[in-house]
Design a binder for this molecule. Sequence first.
Ligand SMILES: *Cc1c(COP(=O)(O)O)cnc(C)c1O
Length: 342
Amino acid sequence: MQANKGSLVPYGEDEWTSRAADAFRTLFEKACEVFFVFNGTAANSLALAALCQSYNSVICSSYAHVETDECGAPEFFSNGSKLLVARTDSAKLTAHDVRTLSTCRHDIHYPKPRAVTITQPTETGELYSLTEIRQIAAACHELGLYLHMDGSRFANACAALGCSPADMTWRAGVDVLCFGGTKNGMAVSEAILFFERSLADGFDYRCKQAGQLASKMRFLSAPWVGMLESGAWLRTAHHANACAKRLAEQLTDLSNITLMFPVQTNSVFIKSEERILDRLRMRGWRFYTFIGGGARFVFAWDADPAQVDRLAADIRLLSRIEPLNAAVEDQFPDPQQPSSLD
Ligand SMILES: *Cc1c(COP(=O)(O)O)cnc(C)c1O
């Protein structure tokens, strides 16, 4: 509301934007370069493009958002840098994966690896420990690769690990971080932090060219001032994580419901029989199943614990239905009109 008063210099030359950048420097205990863009796809794509030439490649996990959910934007904005996907069973990359993929070919016919990207927490809600990040970073730097972190839920990782943002990033060897605001309750805006300032050379032009330089930048940057200076960024992340745990804890004793991944941050993935998931949909719950066919529940900054309990109660009830047990199934009406996906 304060930033909405009067007029200010446009294109990020205003005091809100410098105050937000300073708030990041204070939080990260580092004189880093800070940029604000509209969303995470742009943040990841432009950050990776800044690290690569068009003939380079970026090593990532097969679960990585850059690979599965960005419509080729990293390749597009880098003019062709190829993603090299590690065919692992887990969303987490290891130092071993990095070594294997970056040393399997050295000839001129292969896109030369230049960067590695990890998602913290991962797309499956799991965490890299500080030791794992340090190991990956050590492998990267030994092999001449930069380490990028997709932190669209970075706050949730900080809350869960209880460590400082600095320890999880530059002190562990991360070169560039995309720090998500949208999933932590902001309207728009993701921050890109270059811990090695020279990597940001020309990045302002890259943002402008990609349509990511907001003329009224203060509306992207000022909310960060509120988020960071009040500590809301971490408080809301703790709340979201606690809601995921709250759901998971109410499901652990059910024999036909499996948690697909350890619940370490704000998401819960449930594996169950299709008929149970169908019944859950009929009760009005809306969820994705795009990762391994499981039901994906991701808890927001403002998730309502009472609603979490209602979800848990419905899952518990439905998990007790025997196949073809008409007496119990009759308790459930026909599919309702889908409620909005929010
Ligand atoms: C949501 C998300 C992003 C960013 O997505 P946008 O919709 O472009 O803001 C990036 N990485 C991960 C892991 C995400 O879940």
